[in-house]
Design a protein around this ligand. Structure first.
Ligand code: 3VV
Length: 197
């Protein structure tokens, strides 16, 4: 990557960036996206202490997600851990890529923590893609306490970088890759492997 860039400029879409285009086969607004991997710490149903975050498609290239802060997610007593909240933002922002039908990984994630988030809170997250430039996907998210119009507790800006499926094959552990490929869940398989537009 262009290592001389200042961190902040890396979150600003460069000249020539374009508006994101929702894929024609993207799930309809309101539709549940489902997990991309059953062991994902963010969205997997098979990850006992994971966030079990549920994201739904929104209009355009946007998603809405919910995450309930559980006992295993604490940092300070009775409060969500900041890293866990960053994970919820990361997962929500990452799920946007399914509406573009692109596989992408987080390149940069910058978070603001504005209010403490108590255990038991349902965090309502809203995210959308702001721009695309080559393989770079720029997005932003906000998380509110208790209701879709609740007080803002967290927000983040991110750049995701588009990758080929080979990124996971070359870097992941073969055991888990094999298991993921054999997953009988159609949606998960599609989200992981069949993303060619
Ligand atoms: C058959 C089995 C298959 C299994 C498939 C499973 C599929 C599952 C489906 C979906 C998975 C989604 C998972 C969601 C989970 C939530 C999201 C996460 O937490 S992801 C994990 C955390 N992130 C990482 O682990 C990235 C680690 N980093 C890297 O691997 C590389 O650095 C990578 C790929 C990001 C870039 O490396 P380069 O060599 O490909 O590309 P370069 O040339 O360096 O960069 C390309 C462009 O991007 C910019 N860029 C790169 N890094 C940047 C950064 N950190 N900030 C800003 N811009 C960056 C560069 O400046 C360059 O821009 P210019 O084209 O020159 O304009």
């Amino acid at each position: 990557m262009s290592g001389t860039d200042e961190p902040r400029t890396r979150l600003t879409p460069p000249e020539g960036a374009v508006a994101p285009v929702r894929h024609p086969d993207a799930p309809a607004p309101g539709e549940l996206l489902g997990a991309h991997y059953d062991r994902c710490f963010g969205c997997g149903e098979g990850q006992q202490h994971g966030l079990h975050l549920e994201a739904r498609a929104g209009d355009g290239v946007s998603v809405r997600a919910e995450f309930t802060v559980k006992e295993a997610h604490q940092g300070a007593p009775g409060l969500a851990h900041g890293g866990v909240l960053a994970t919820a933002l990361d997962e929500t922002l990452g799920s946007l890529n399914w509406l573009l039908r692109v596989i992408a990984v987080t390149g940069r994630l910058e978070s603001d923590f504005l209010r403490p988030v108590p255990l038991g809170t349902v965090l309502h997250l809203d995210a959308h893609v702001t721009a695309v430039h080559g393989r770079k996907i720029y997005s932003t998210a906000v998380g509110r306490i208790g209701a879709p119009d609740g007080p803002v507790a967290v927000r983040a800006d991110a750049v995701f970088i588009e990758v080929k499926v080979d990124h996971f094959i070359d870097n992941g552990r073969s055991e888990e890759i094999r298991a993921a490929m054999e997953d009988p869940d159609q949606t998960r398989r599609a989200r992981a492997f069949e993303v060619n537009p």
